[in-house]
Design a binder for this molecule. Structure first.
Ligand SMILES: Cc1ncc(COP(=O)(O)O)c(C=O)c1O
Length: 423
């Protein structure tokens, strides 16, 4: 994104042109930025551990155009559900290019996961017998809860440790792999996902050590090899302008050093090292272009616009910060205002106070930064405020990649029972 003479452009296209062409609110993704982010991270990790691979966690931004960009860069897919497996299939990825890390799987999830031949990454050993009842996966991985988690998104996204719902307790990991081995499984992987949006490189080597000590002990005791070790996602991005970003090279080196030291310590056959980030690839490549509709002076000045918690849930859900720009007015003097969307919920007052251009006015175009991850994919239709459009930009080109929802999308799957229709 660029602000030149106060005029905002994204991927070489003016925000005003995007608003005019596609309406507001619209999610806009910069293809070049996604590719840059991916390549920067991949080259860092491959420099220090060549047998390294990324699987993209599609939950963060599941538009097939975005997923196909990551596929073209060489990523596999981390899928949380059968529908995300189908999404991977839509862009041509299947089988062991897809890791199925679902939670509390239903029998139907298991059946369809087995049919698709994806890697099963089980959240608990109790699921294994239900999987084996339906078939034998070629490869089994367990999601380990290494007893520690961390997050820059408050406690909300701490995915491991005693209070997390995810993963296998360290004391049960050995028994989990033993059960899989006893059932005739011959290929193994291991996984964890202890936190999100971490910008401290040392965290990644710390969690690598935790997992490798658990896995190293299991490998030795059970005489099994691990084909891959997946450290999860969590590569962070700065949301506030005074925050420091992640030194990816440092993180990669620290992880690789710890990983290779642990391979030697436990005399492991070197596994493939994997990670499954999402935010790092797409977070700062996505924006929301919206419009101010009215301004009211009440207990404070409130700017009412068409971006609300239905469009971007993170601020109301996690208290997250997103920087906001006003097109054409960035160099104006500042005043403290609040920002709201259009929902009948006071949590939709999603910026309680922020310094914005004092001359902000009805009709102005606003741009919300760092909205590419957990943005559109967490949006919803409450109050009949339907989901926005999605647009891809690249070097001056732009294309619609998802239509704005219409009334028909709100009622498409509904039916009125006969006895009511007859009334
Ligand atoms: C299992 C799993 N893997 C990967 C990710 C991606 O995390 P991030 O966007 O922090 O990289 C998530 C996010 O919640 C996840 O649940």
């Amino acid at each position: 994104m660029k602000v030149e003479n106060d005029i905002i452009s994204i991927g070489g296209v003016k925000a005003a042109e995007l608003a005019e062409t596609y309406g507001t609110p619209t999610y806009v993704y910069d293809e070049s930025r996604i590719r840059e982010n991916y390549r920067r991270a991949l080259s860092a990790f491959q420099e220090y551990y060549p047998d390294f691979r990324f699987f993209y966690a599609v939950k963060a931004c599941n538009n097939p155009a975005i997923v196909s960009i990551l596929k073209s860069e060489g990523a596999g897919i981390d899928a949380a559900s059968v529908n995300e497996i189908l999404l991977a299939g839509k862009v041509g990825l299947g089988g062991e290019e897809v890791m199925f890390s679902g939670n509390f799987l239903s029998d139907d999830d298991i059946e369809r996961g087995l049919e698709s031949g994806v890697i099963f990454n089980l959240d608990d050993p109790s699921i294994l017998p239900r999987v084996l009842k339906q078939g034998k996966p070629e490869i089994i991985s367990f999601r380990v809860n290494p007893g520690y988690g961390k997050s820059n998104v408050g406690d909300f996204v701490t995915n491991a440790g005693p209070d997390a719902k995810f993963g296998v307790h360290p004391d049960r990991v050995m028994a989990a792999y033993k059960a899989a081995k006893d059932a005739g499984i011959k290929r193994f992987g291991a996984h964890m996902m202890p936190g999100s949006c971490i910008t401290d490189p040392e965290y990644f080597s710390f969690i690598t050590k935790l997992l490798m000590d658990i896995i190293g002990a299991a490998a030795k005791e059970l005489s099994i090899d691990f084909e891959f070790i997946d450290l999860g996602g969590g590569l962070g991005i700065p949301y506030k302008h005074d925050e420091k970003g992640l030194d990816i090279k440092k993180a990669a080196k620290l992880v690789a050093d710890t990983f290779t030291a642990k391979i030697a310590e436990y005399a492991l056959k070197p596994p493939r090292l994997m990670m499954e980030p999402a935010r790092y690839f797409v977070g700062d490549a996505g924006y929301i272009v919206g419009r101010v509709h009215s301004i009211k002076d009440s207990y404070k000045r409130i700017i009412g616009m068409d971006i609300g918690m239905n469009t971007l849930a993170r601020p109301a859900m996690y208290g997250s910060y997103h920087h906001i720009y006003v097109d054409g007015k960035e160099s104006a003097s500042r005043a403290r205002v609040g920002l709201c969307g259009q929902l009948c919920e006071n949590t939709d007052f999603w910026v309680r106070e922020r310094e914005l251009p004092a001359n902000i006015a009805e009709g102005d175009i606003v741009v919300v930064e760092n909205a590419g991850a957990y943005g559109y994919s967490m949006s919803y239709q409450y109050n009949g405020r339907l989901r926005p459009a999605e647009v891809l930009v690249n070097d001056g080109r732009h294309a619609l990649i998802r239509k704005r929802e219409e009334f028909e999308d709100m009622v498409r799957s509904t039916t009125i029972p006969d006895w009511l229709a007859a009334e």
